[in-house]
Design a protein around this ligand. Sequence first.
Ligand code: NAD
Ligand code: MG
Length: 382
Amino acid sequence: MKIAILGSTGSIGTQTLEVVRAYREDIEVVALAAGNNIELLETQVREFQPKLVAVASEERAAELRVMLSDMDVTVASGMEGLIAVATKEDAQMVVTAIVGMIGIQPTVAAIKAGKDIALANKETLVTAGHRIMPLAKEYGVAILPVDSEHSAIFQSLQGEGQNKISRILLTASGGPFRGKTREELTHVTVADALKHPNWSMGQKITIDSATLVNKGLEVMEAKWLFGVEYDNVEVVVQPQSVIHSMVEYEDGGVIAQLGTPDMKLPIQYALFYPNRHYLKGERLDFAKLGSITFEKPDMDTFEGLKLAYEVGRAGGSLPTVFNAANEYAVARFLKGEISFLEIYEMIKSCLAAHTKLENPTVEEILETQKWVDEYILSHYHV
Ligand code: NAD
Ligand code: MG
């Protein structure tokens, strides 16, 4: 199979390439896109020999062209470059491992070009799910989840035919601040927030895991991927990250997917679906594990999850405002410009100021993102 990867130098991107490395005879990489890490991208091009690569800026593209002058590869840049990679003629599947709403347009382009999508970029479905899912249906392409919880749900749905889901039980580790009070959260640092107990991921999603915004985005992602209502998605805290999510059926039967936390499993499952292949790594040792514990999420302290349910239920452009404000706020938090709890404040202030659009088009979704950035810049002084 031939694949293109958007975000090849990131956490999901590099792990996707690890899977490819183990299965070189089955998967060929034909195009790669990354942001600014051209040193790593050069190494990837030399190893995987794609014919097309893209980087965020034309400046970096010019540098990379010099570095790769001995190779037969085209170097593109910007949104045009991302779309070229996403629609590369011979690619059959596009892995969307880019972070943030910048993934929307290339994902739409890939679907229209008939590519199956291995979707890691949850921000795309959160903001544009009402456009993406019908579009995928129209073009007959599959959207295969890479997010571990959604892969677990997808795995738990296999062989169930038309059987009705009564509840999706979306598991959450609770993040590095599980059990903390609001008072304790006032003083947490960027370094504290980046210490995820079980997963090593990109910075943005790691902060989102600490605020539980990530779990909120995942609730919305589940709604779109599996066509369920918000009342049927319940978050269960499972701090060991051994159960990756569960599906309860009408007879009360619950099917779950378990495993050691390793993103290569969901990545590989999406790439090879419906087949499973050997994956090197530790196996679960239940006796050693001793116990798996469960809690209710603390939505009063970690408002990100509560707000996500609210905006998800309200729909329209509100999930876009929630997501865009969070992207902006997390970037500021990572630079040390705002405190942890101010992430929630920024999201809430944007939601309060926004006039909801009922059924936004992709253009309106992107305009809403712009509005959020401008609103924060001009109205929210920190
Ligand atoms: P990351 O920050 O590690 O990597 C992001 C990638 O996108 C990098 O390759 C970066 O260069 C690229 N990128 C950023 N801006 C770009 C631009 N303007 N043009 C081109 N490329 C650009 O992020 P990640 O943790 O791998 O997450 C990627 C996506 O997958 C996110 O949507 C995240 O929510 C989702 N996800 C990640 C994990 C995980 O374990 N890391 C798990 C589930 C879901
Ligand atoms: Mg996840």
